[in-house]
Design a protein around this ligand. Sequence first.
Ligand SMILES: [Zn+2]
Length: 203
Amino acid sequence: MEIPVCAFDLKTGIFCERCEEKIRRGEVSELDIRVMRSLLELEKTFHQLQSMCYVKSVDTKDAIAVVLRNGNLGAVSQQSLALLRRKLSDSLGKNVRLVEDSSDIGRFLEPLVAPARIVAINKIWLPDNSMEIRIILDEDRGLKLSVESIQEIVRVTKNVNLKVDFARRSRKRVLPVKEKVVKEVEAPEDRDKRGSKNHVVSL
Ligand SMILES: [Zn+2]
């Protein structure tokens, strides 16, 4: 497997100057090192990993997203990918999502937001010269990763802030919550006032 540090360094845990510099700059994180070690171990039995290229990992609250080079996952059967994902999850002790990299942000995002669909995507340059991407998804039902996790993946791998909106919110979840909140925020003194004439008049 192609990795951003020397395989030898990874095995010994002693990094050469070039690798040390990547770690110091934050290009390679502690998590990357853990994930690459697991992947190199798995490579012995999962030979398809040999032709793949490791890009980056992001630890989100839902899963560890492991990003591999564009085209790496498409060449492998769904069955093999499921097995690889399970083995890597076991090795890291947390659920793993395998993600294929793409320079096209829309294509990169598609599998992350599935089963929702991207209905609009806009790139916005902010005054400080950073870029923000705003996407509108068809609906929020059934997202496999939370919006926060998707934002974190995009922030770490693409260095971009992502805003997510929905064309349609699933009704089932939103309505009962609103009703409940209204009841909860009613303070005891409001309830007392309700019985008095003054309060009724003031309405
Ligand atoms: Zn090195």
